[in-house]
Write a protein that binds this ligand. Sequence first.
Ligand SMILES: [Zn+2]
Length: 238
Amino acid sequence: MTAKTRPALRSPVARVLSALPETAATVFAVAAFTGARSGEIRGLLWENYRDSEIQVTRSIWRGHVTEPKTRRGRGAIPVISPLATRLESYRARSGNPKAGAMFPNQNGEPMDLANLLNRSILPSLNRCTVCGKPKRECRKPRANVGSPDHEFERDKMLPEWHGWHAARRGLGTNLYRLAVPEKTIQAILRHANLSTTNTYYIKSAADDTRVAMAKLEKFCDWQRRRHNFPKWQRSGNT
Ligand SMILES: [Zn+2]
């Protein structure tokens, strides 16, 4: 069996991307591969994307446009090829715009990511394991059939949604695991202080430690059984 046929081994980002329709997939790819905050993604303009970089020039939060407070906040984020490919096909589908909101709603205004979440992302990730439909559709009585014959049961094979910020934190964690220097991660996440960047991987470091100790525990257990120690030595934590 290859890695391709085992969905559980794919990265959380890849699993979410393959479960989402467009335009949600492209928006999520921007979140996961640039680490931009949701308000920053909402504020993105096509003018901000050039020379294989995305420049964060503004953020839109509850309809208010704000500009980054610090020089670091305005930093350019290099766009890696999987994201560039997605952005280019998304741009082509949108009629090749060169300027204006990168992710507009039907009125041409920057789209509200909360709407995208509720209308597109959550219904795609929370599907019924019995009928394959989103929760709302699963429980909807139909004219000729009446009430559904089963309760909604979430398909656990589908990835869970952990919020926009999880994509940003995930990027920091992955860069940390790839041994990217802290200063560089700080520049990519555009944190004003290194201490803020550090908080991003404290959790991942703790997780790594737990996984490592669990491995050691298993190894000790295996060794103990292999050498068939007297029973009094085998008691205790098993
Ligand atoms: Zn169902």
